[in-house]
Design a protein around this ligand. Structure first.
Ligand code: SAH
Ligand code: SF4
Ligand code: F3S
Length: 466
């Protein structure tokens, strides 16, 4: 095979969730055999990919404003006799493919989250079109937004690890159709990868030096992948137990869960698998049963409290995070107070919270009892104050404790490394570079709301500056 040694430059910008981060990484994996090297800015890029998010209106609008900023670069390159392929990927691409081509006719390729394994073919077509100088204004861009029959994971090359932690997508899509959410429309129906393919990817990553894997899915605990034994399926709990046996893999996390999909197996995995980190993202969205019902979440606030208790019983040191939406249509002051009460009851280590954003095509957007922007803003501020104080209290409770920290990279200051505690807190400590990739006991000496600083407690480690 003739090797194409001419290196082409690729710039990918990733919006939205971890799923997109994973997908962007896989796009790099699939484009690198074509000679593409990832770079940090769009100006010099032969190809730009915006891997977009559609979850809230702001996320979508950002895509269009970024596209507007790309246009002059592309024109400048053209006048210098060079080309630049602009591709829009991800959830906005899936939801608004034609609209993107209409609003930004200089875009060459639009493709959804289930089609990126076809990138080499799409890039070849786009390159031919550019070489022939076909008129992009005529709207002849490539749009790939059908949900393909074949499994994209089968068509992807081996995952390339970058560092000691990695994401691994095991489940995609969603059949829950919460009334505020676009994900079932942008990612398609719920699909679980076969367990064998997940285990293989995990082993490949560990072989490349990965020590911590985060399993990803829009509803990762809906996982029901085909088992290696024929005719059977594995749950998330089972998968975590099997991953726990991989030598060299020290930490397992998963993200994100739906309360309705929690089963005994998942709870028991937290009791049985030491490598499963005691930190769980379990979005509840709201604390009022009326709002949960209107949102089509299909569970009550007390059901949620109950499963939290079960996890705490199985793994007493577990801490929780969540997502919240305030100002869903029809939410009253009383409903909102119920959300605050739930937050008080659970006591979160961290949480994300958002003002409800109307999304085209979702049932929530059609409701007439929308909450005003001012009220949403007030409620969000009040909720965030409470959540921030819980996060600070959680971090403060870590002060003086000794925690195992997985060191990931060098810090900004000489002789300093950055790592993560089991609770995903970012921690910096003076430590020798050779500890990158190791899990070391660290005493937490000071805490802030978003980071900790620590001192290594084994005699083994003398930082360069010590
Ligand atoms: N599958 C996850 C959520 C994925 S979307 C779950 O079921 O919890 C990530 C978060 O975005 C959601 O948890 C929700 O809090 C927020 N979100 C989704 N749609 C939204 C909307 N229309 N307005 C505001 N926030 C939204
Ligand atoms: Fe969206 Fe609900 Fe599915 Fe989560 S469970 S991705 S919020 S539809
Ligand atoms: Fe956004 Fe799609 Fe993720 S809408 S949050 S990128 S699944």
């Amino acid at each position: 095979m003739g090797l194409d040694v001419s290196k082409k430059k690729l710039f990918i910008k990733t919006y939205g969730c971890q799923m997109n981060v994973y997908d962007s990484q896989r796009m790099v994996d699939i484009l690198s055999p074509l000679g593409y090297l990832a770079i940090d800015s769009p100006e010099e890029a032969d190809m730009v990919i915006l891997n977009t998010c559609h979850i809230r209106e702001k996320a979508t609008e950002k895509v269009y404003s970024d596209l507007g900023r790309l246009k002059p670069h592309k024109e400048k390159r053209r006048s210098d006799g060079k080309n630049q392929i602009i591709a829009v990927a991800g959830c906005t691409a899936q939801a608004e493919g034609a609209e993107i081509m209409r609003r930004a006719p200089y875009v060459d390729i639009v493709f959804g989250p289930q089609s990126y394994h076809k990138l080499p073919e799409m890039v070849a077509r786009a390159t031919r079109a550019v070489d022939l100088d076909s008129d992009k204004k005529a709207g002849r861009g490539i749009v790939e937004t059908d949900f393909p029959q074949e499994d994209k994971f089968d068509a992807l090359p081996e995952s390339k690890a970058e560092g000691v932690t990695a994401f691994l997508s095991i489940q995609e899509g969603c059949d829950k159709f919460c009334h505020f959410c676009v994900v079932p429309y942008t990612r398609g129906v719920e699909y679980s990868r076969p367990a064998t393919s997940v285990l293989k990817e995990a082993r490949d990553l560990v072989r490349q030096g990965v020590r911590e894997i985060t399993l990803l899915g829009q509803n990762v605990n809906a996982y029901h992948g085909e088992a290696p034994e024929s005719g059977k399926e594995w749950s998330l709990g089972r998968l975590c137990r099997e991953l726990g046996d991989i030598e060299g893999l020290d930490r397992i996390r998963y993200f994100t869960c739906h309360p309705r999909d929690v089963d005994q197996d998942q709870i028991e995995a937290h009791r049985a698998v030491e490598k499963l980190m005691p930190y769980l993202h379990l979005p509840v969205q709201a604390g009022s049963d009326a709002v949960l019902k209107a949102m089509n979440r299909k569970h009550t606030a007390d059901f949620y409290r109950k499963i939290i208790d079960q996890f705490r019983e199985a793994r007493p040191d577990i801490a929780f995070t969540s997502d919240f939406i305030v100002g869903y249509p029809g939410e009253t002051d009383h409903d909102f107070k119920e959300t605050l009460r739930l937050v008080e009851d659970i006591n979160y280590a961290m949480a994300y919270s958002f003002a409800y954003s109307k999304r085209p095509g979702t049932p929530g957007a059609l409701q007439e009892n929308q909450v005003s922007d001012d009220v949403k803003k007030e409620r969000l501020a009040e909720l965030q104050l409470l959540l921030r104080s819980q996060q600070m209290a959680f971090n403060e409770s870590c002060q003086g404790r000794i925690m195992p920290v997985l060191f990931e990279k060098e810090g900004r200051h000489d002789g300093q490394l950055i790592g993560r505690t089991p609770y995903l807190q970012s921690l910096h400590a003076k430590a020798n570079k050779r500890l990158i990739g190791q899990i070391i006991p660290v005493k937490i000496v000071s805490v802030e709301s978003n980071s900790l600083s620590g001192e290594i407690v084994t005699g083994e480690i003398i930082g360069a500056a010590a």
